[in-house]
Design a binder for this molecule. Structure first.
Ligand code: PLP
Length: 427
């Protein structure tokens, strides 16, 4: 037989787990334990030498189990499985997406450094940058969706801190409008500023595309971060995060995690292992539904504009970037309703199957109003630049029947009285 390499979805049930170590159990048990028994004192000594980096690993050696803040089988198996999707050397799982993100920012930035980041960012990340990193003296440059790569370079030069550029942090496609950024171009920009003593890192928050539809490490990113609360968890029943990248960088991430103590619990890791078994089928169904819904909305008279990657016009820059770095258009659909807040709220209040809630990526469809909910903290001027207006509604599409979802959209849009129609009636 020819050599065969399995697709990640085929390995999510078994990879990295040895039943013979757990009484033959087909499924990995929850290792609900704080500490692990050493066979001998010599073994305990050897494990600690590796854990504390006191000596190099020998070829056959693996870090033994010591204490659940350092390592635990549920976390290790989960991390090994997550590595398969992004083809990463190593992964670290965290108790939230925010703890994954803040740990990366803390480990690779220090006072005096320059951080360049894309707007709009997830609200929590934006807050951490402006209310914590700025306070400790990290300089920042926020780039807007309409800035070209040349303009970004000019802004870096004009800051006078180009030699201190330590990180470029991107979120693409951006929440809530699906604006897309070319990861490869930014990796080339980071490389331009790379010198022996200073190598700026490119970090990408890939939450919006899950680990399935976009692989930033393959496009030149150094680290990829996730809120595993979203597609990876996928059932809206847990909070978790993950970071993936090269062994060299991940040692640093994992070391800081050990001392901040913000690793995920064995119980949550176990739930995530269960979630990963259906990641591919869930996400396939979600993106299929999202495309059907986006096309339906695009043709609806009460909808002004739909923001969805599956509707990008061929040969536009965005389309070319999309086809280069994404394998599917995702399952986040935003749209401008004809009208404003009143019309958007009428629509949201009348949904019967979709729930009115923030968060995304779960099996159930959700709807929300970014301007007054997820993006309420963003200043007016930036909201306007990002097309976050009163008429914008964001949908996270789930695994339901697309026919039922469309029925729900239809009946709810029917209840919306568009201001223009009223004027016509008056006349
Ligand atoms: C939700 C989210 C986060 C934060 O993750 P938590 O798990 O809520 O801490 C970060 N980035 C993006 C893009 C998100 O959607």
């Amino acid at each position: 037989m020819k050599e065969h390499s399995f697709n990640p979805e085929s390995l999510m049930m078994t990879y990295g787990y040895k039943p013979e170590l757990s009484e033959g159990a087909i499924k990995c048990p929850i290792f609900q334990t704080s500490t692990f028994v050493f066979k001998t004192a010599e073994e305990g000594k050897a494990f600690f030498e590796l854990a504390y980096g006191l000596r190099e690993k020998t070829a056959k050696e693996e870090l033994g189990l010591i204490y659940s803040r350092i390592n635990n089988p549920n976390l290790e198996i989960l991390e090994n499985r997550l590595c398969l999707w992004d083809k990463a050397d190593d992964c670290a799982v965290f108790e939230s997406g925010m703890s994954a993100i803040s740990t990366v920012l803390l480990e690779f930035l220090k006072p005096g450094d320059l951080l360049v980041y894309s707007n709009p960012l997830y609200g929590g990340t934006d807050h951490f940058i402006h209310h914590f990193l700025n306070k400790i003296g990290v300089h920042t440059i926020g780039i807007m969706p309409d800035h070209s790569i040349d303009q970004v370079e000019e802004m870096i030069e004009a800051s006078g801190k180009a030699d201190k550029l330590a990180m470029i942090y991107l979120e693409t496609p951006a929440n809530p409008t699906n604006h897309i950024v070319d990861i490869e171009k930014f990796s080339q920009l980071a490389a331009c500023y790379s010198k022996d003593e200073n190598k700026p890192l490119l970090v990408v928050d890939n939450t919006y595309m899950g680990p399935l539809w976009q692989h930033p490490l393959q496009c030149g990113a150094d680290l990829v971060v996730y809120s595993a609360t979203k597609y990876i968890g996928g059932h809206s029943d847990l909070i978790a995060g993950a970071v993936l990248g090269s062994s060299e960088l991940m040692i640093r991430v994992k070391t800081l995690r050990t001392f901040l103590g913000n690793m995920v619990s064995p119980n949550t890791a176990w739930l995530l292992l269960r979630s990963l078994e259906t990641l591919k089928v869930r996400m396939d169904q979600q993106t299929h539904n999202a495309q059907v819904i986006a096309e339906y909305l695009e043709n609806h008279p009460k909808v002004e504009k739909v923001y969805y990657l599956g509707l990008l016009k061929e040969n536009t820059d965005e389309y070319l970037t999309y086809t280069k770095q994404c394998s599917a258009p995702g399952a986040m659909v935003s749209f401008d309703i004809v009208g404003g807040e009143k019309e958007a709220f009428t629509f949201l209040n009348n949904l019967k199957l979709m729930k009115l809630a923030v968060s995304l990526g779960g099996t159930e469809s959700l709807a929300q109003h970014p301007k007054t909910m997820t993006h309420a903290g963003v200043n007016e001027e930036q909201q306007r630049q990002m097309n976050v207006t009163n008429k914008l509604v964001r949908l996270s599409i789930g695994v339901e029947s697309s026919k039922d979802l469309i029925w729900d959209l239809e009946q709810s849009l029917e209840k919306v009285k568009t201001p223009k129609l009223e004027v016509e009636i008056v006349m």
